[in-house]
Ligand binder design. Structure first.
Ligand code: PEP
Ligand code: MG
Length: 582
């Protein structure tokens, strides 16, 4: 009989999910290296042949079920099927198993590496790209070998619905998660990753209960096993007994009931008891997020993370494609303001490795050529994006937001680049908003401390608390090993926040917070007391925060928060915050 056990990790996205484990992995990187006993070699080859045959069958099934899908998808399946006929991929690993007595997975990975190296030699970019197809085919075979059926097999073969699947992965990149947006999985859980990594942010944006930093969930959980995911507490219960299941079903219903009650606040005016207006905006990643933003009652888009248009692909979207995406968002928000952030690529949101020059792996990518630094280093890329945003600005109120600014000259160069983009559009007689507002993200401590130079040059500010905390406390936001030290309430963080908000207020420059702190209802009163009047967050958090705003008295909160900000003893600070929220 299976024994129930509980895994502890980091709560990434709150809510409760109950479903069956579906193990997914970048299997090629993780296969074990085993020596096969001589008498077992034939059996190992048979196991390999069997896996290849199953994947071939799976592909032909996929082809049948995607009859009406776009031609590219069919072509893609054909290429994969073709590779499975290639002796380099089906015969060579058999030879390796026999000659070197490697297990099938290991033999296949060795041959894969050979093939990838050969594809990389091609001058023709199309042929070079095919290495990704080989990799994907091999991953399918390996998953089969490991007893990890692919998603297609899970859907077709075992009759598991997406809504009941809990994806279990060692690690997921933001690009992986963005691909899940078209699906409705119950939950996903990972071994690694901090609570403000971009992967975690995406989980929250999809309002899917999620737990990260579980360390060895993938190793301990078996495919199909029943799981309870408690995204608030950061725990996963494996194979729960009926009593525990019942308790969680009840809790899940309660959460759903509370969420449906909150829906009544959607059209309520967002203001405090003493009549202070508080703007609640949505953070989005893709145009498909707009309906949810509107559903949540967002008054605008406070942060459109455009870099997600760039992930999970082998090339960069051209101006027209970007323009279409930005236009969709601006038009979709129907007259509400949309703040488009220029791309924040680099660090954990790296481009597809082949889509730009990658000379060497950097030791500290978060401190490297990321965001505006990359944009200014790639002027062509930047012009393309600026032109696309400007062209979209004619469809509704649009603002431009620049990520990761630290230096005055970065702002000056950005404004000059914007002028250049405007001039080129004027020449073409294209219409756009001549007075588009330009804002800067405050997410580097240097920017918060030297706020004056930002206030003098920019029309508005937006505080990115995720990076501000990362850089203030020197904590990698993606690293679960130091996640416990990632503390939004560290007195230094609060000092930087308060300083930025008060300085902006004094200068008459609008300031918002768009990092994860803005969507945490526990911090709403604290921010209101600091003087914050514009919040931007995942659509799923807006009504929860609005609920707090409606019950707050901004005038009373201000002196109470001033007192809290004088505290620098963490325990006292937490106690005072609890009293503020009581
Ligand atoms: C932030 O750093 O808080 C922010 C909003 O930007 P991102 O999370 O995309 O880095
Ligand atoms: Mg940031």
């Amino acid at each position: 009989m299976a024994v129930s056990f509980t895994l502890h990790g980091l709560g990434v996205s709150e809510g409760i999910a109950i479903g069956n484990a579906s193990l997914i992995s970048h299997a090629t990187l993780e296969v074990s290296h085993l020596t096969v006993a001589p008498r077992m070699v034939d059996k190992e080859i048979e196991r390999f042949d069997q896996a290849v045959a199953t994947v071939k069958k799976e592909l032909s099934m996929m082809k049948e079920t995607t009859e009406h899908a776009p031609a590219e998808l069919a072509a893609f399946i054909d290429i994969h099927a073709m590779f499975l006929e290639d002796p380099e991929l089906v015969d060579k690993p058999r030879e390796i198993i026999r000659a070197r007595r490697c297990n099938a997975e290991w033999a296949l990975v060795q041959q894969l590496e050979q093939l990838v190296a050969q594809f990389e030699q091609f001058d023709d970019p199309y042929l070079r790209e095919r290495k990704f197809d080989v990799r994907q085919v091999v991953e399918r075979v390996i998953k089969e070998l490991l007893g990890h059926p692919s998603r297609a097999a899970l859907k077709g073969g075992k009759g598991l619905k997406e809504e009941t699947q809990v994806l279990v992965a060692h690690d997921l990149s933001p690009a992986d998660v963005i691909a899940f947006k078209e699906h409705r999985f119950a939950s996903f859980i990972t071994d690694v990753g901090g609570a403000t990594s971009h992967t975690a942010i995406l989980a929250r944006s999809m309002a899917i209960p999620s737990v990260g930093g579980l360390e060895n969930a993938r190793a301990l959980i078996r495919n199909g096993e029943m799981l309870i995911v408690d995204g608030l507490r950061g725990i996963v219960i494996v194979d729960p007994d009926e009593r525990v299941l019942e308790e969680y079903r009840l809790r899940k219903n309660q959460i759903e009931l509370e969420a449906s009650k909150l829906k009544r606040l959607k059209s309520a005016r967002s203001q405090t008891i003493d009549g202070v207006e508080v703007a609640l905006h949505a953070n989005i990643e893709l145009p498909v997020d707009i309906p949810e933003a509107l559903e949540g009652g967002a008054e605008g888009v406070g942060l459109f993370r455009t870099e997600f248009l760039f992930l999970d692909r082998g090339d960069m979207p051209d101006e027209q494609e970007q323009y279409e995406a930005y236009k969709k968002v601006v038009k979709g928000m129907a007259g509400r303001p949309v703040t488009i952030r220029t791309f924040d690529l680099g660090s954990d949101k790296d481009l597809h490795p082949d889509s730009m020059r990658h000379d060497r792996v950097r030791t500290n990518p978060a401190l490297g050529r990321r965001a505006i630094r990359l944009s200014l280093a790639e002027p062509q890329l930047f012009q393309t994006q600026l032109r696309a945003i400007l062209r979209a600005s004619k469809y509704g109120p649009t603002k431009l937001l620049i990520p990761m600014l630290a230096h005055a000259h970065e702002i000056d160069q950005t404004l000059a680049a914007l002028e250049q983009a405007k001039a080129s559009l004027r020449e073409e007689k294209a219409s756009f908003d001549e007075n588009i507002q330009v804002g800067g993200m405050i997410e580097i401590p240097a920017a918060a401390l030297a706020i004056g130079l930002f206030l003098r040059r920019l029309d508005f500010l937006s505080i990115g608390t995720n990076d501000l905390i990362q850089y203030t406390l020197a904590i990698d936001r993606s690293d679960e090993q130091v996640a416990g030290l990632f503390d939004p309430l560290h007195p230094a963080v609060l000092m930087l926040l308060a300083h930025t908000i008060t300085s902006a207020e004094k200068a008459g420059v609008p300031v918002s917070v768009c990092g994860e702190m803005a969507g945490n209802p526990v911090l709403t009163r604290l921010f209101l007391g600091m003087g914050l009047r514009i919040f931007s967050m995942h659509p799923s958090q807006i009504l929860k925060v609005k609920n707090r705003v409606l019950k707050a008295n901004a005038g009373e909160l201000a002196p109470a928060v001033r007192r809290i900000l004088r505290l620098d003893e963490p325990a006292k600070l937490r106690e005072a915050l609890e009293r503020l929220n009581a």
